[in-house]
Design a binder for this molecule. Structure first.
Ligand SMILES: Nc1nc2c(ncn2[C@@H]2O[C@H](COP(=O)(O)OP(=O)(O)OP(=O)(O)O)[C@@H](O)[C@H]2O)c(=O)[nH]1
Ligand SMILES: [Mg+2]
Ligand SMILES: [Zn+2]
Length: 335
């Protein structure tokens, strides 16, 4: 980890540049047209240059500037707003496939992120293992280490406890950190706080899973808005509408994001999918057919490993689900 990550500002090396009116800062919030840029203790509302919009359209991206981006702004002294004139090279990023109107485009969730947490409630809303697997694959594609937060463990009833524990142990054995938390009862918060220290982390998950509540539990002073989950539909109300980077007093930053139902994977060829299931990798050279998709083919070493209980059936089912959606062009870019 570089020195800059442990400073009080998220990896802006220096708040001032040589030229007058030019400042370096970090984007802490993005609404699509306005960006909040933090320069030292100041937050400067800024706009973005048209050039970046064009570049972004050419690159098939939905957003020219993402939260976490380090930028250079020119200050307009009349109204103290900024104009983003340069976006510094990103060390890392986490992106997903956009849905809806921009379907298929790349949506950059956060730039310069050190760790990504998939947040799922154990219920209300119902846990979605497909989200977790797509999230882990995507983080791996971008070389961002990832883990899983299972929130609302206070709501866990006996009927579900075994299944949830099975899922938690499965990911744990695969080497992903799994945290069991309750934002309302403040369970597991100390552990989470330790893991966020001195780095930039992001939380992503469905609306109502408790992402913003977890932030408030970690850092009560933040007072981030939270919303209810409908008893009837078990869905959240999409309370958080823009990604935002928040400072943590122990050092480090956490990026809260709007709820998303699914985490669409970008640009992945179906043939490459198995490589992102870490526990499949040792078997991949032993399949009878070199181009085995580990679906219907005879002599498949992955399927044999599933039969022997060496690969969890749950993960294999998830693999097939994602494989089919990639083959049908429901995920990936430009297909
Ligand atoms: N019982 C219980 N309720 C929780 C817990 N964490 C959050 N909640 C409740 O779940 C609801 C949704 O919480 P939010 O923090 O707004 O969820 P979010 O993930 O930020 O949702 P969006 O901003 O819509 O994406 C609120 O009513 C919270 O009080 C928890 O650990 N246990
Ligand atoms: Mg929220
Ligand atoms: Zn195979």
């Amino acid at each position: 980890m570089s020195d800059a990550t442990s400073s009080s500002s998220p990896r802006t090396d220096d708040a001032s540049t040589d030229a007058p009116n030019l400042l370096d800062g970090v984007v802490t919030r993005s609404t699509g047209s306005w960006y909040e840029v933090q320069v030292g203790d100041r937050t400067i509302p800024s706009r973005v240059r048209g050039k970046f919009r064009l570049e972004q359209q050419e690159a098939d991206q939905t957003n020219p500037v993402a939260v976490g981006d380090r930028v250079t702004i020119r200050i307009n002294e009349d109204d103290d707003t900024g104009f983003i004139i340069d976006i510094h090279e990103r060390e890392t990023k986490l992106s997903r496939r956009a849905a809806g109107r921009r379907a298929g485009q790349e949506h950059v969730i956060v730039a310069n992120v050190d760790f990504a947490w998939a947040v799922q409630a154990v219920r209300m809303p119902k846990l979605n293992p497909g989200f977790i697997d797509r999230f882990l694959i995507s983080a791996d594609m971008f070389d961002v280490p990832a883990g899983i937060i299972l929130n609302k463990i206070d709501l866990l009833d006996e009927a579900d406890a075994e299944e949830i524990e099975d899922i938690a142990e499965m990911y744990d054995e695969l080497g992903y950190p799994v945290l069991r938390t309750s934002a309302t009862e403040e369970t597991g918060i100390e552990d989470l706080r330790d893991r966020l220290e001195n780095k930039i982390s992001v939380v992503a998950g469905p609306s109502g899973a408790g992402k913003s509540s977890l932030l408030n539990a970690i850092e009560p002073g933040l007072d981030v808005e939270t919303g209810e989950v409908s008893e009837k539909t078990e869905k959240g109300k999409h309370t958080t509408t823009f990604a935002e980077l928040h400072p943590i007093s122990g050092g480090g930053f956490i990026v809260d994001t709007p709820g998303i139902r699914e985490f669409g994977i970008l640009e992945l060829h179906p043939a490459d999918l198995a490589h992102f299931f870490v526990e499949f990798v040792p078997y991949l050279d032993d399949c009878k057919f070199q181009d085995c998709t580990h679906d219907h083919e005879p002599g498949c070493a992955v399927k044999d490993a599933v039969d022997r209980g060496e690969i969890h059936a749950r993960r294999y089912e998830s693999y097939l689900n994602i494989l089919y959606s990639l083959q049908e062009g429901e995920e990936g870019i430009g297909r």
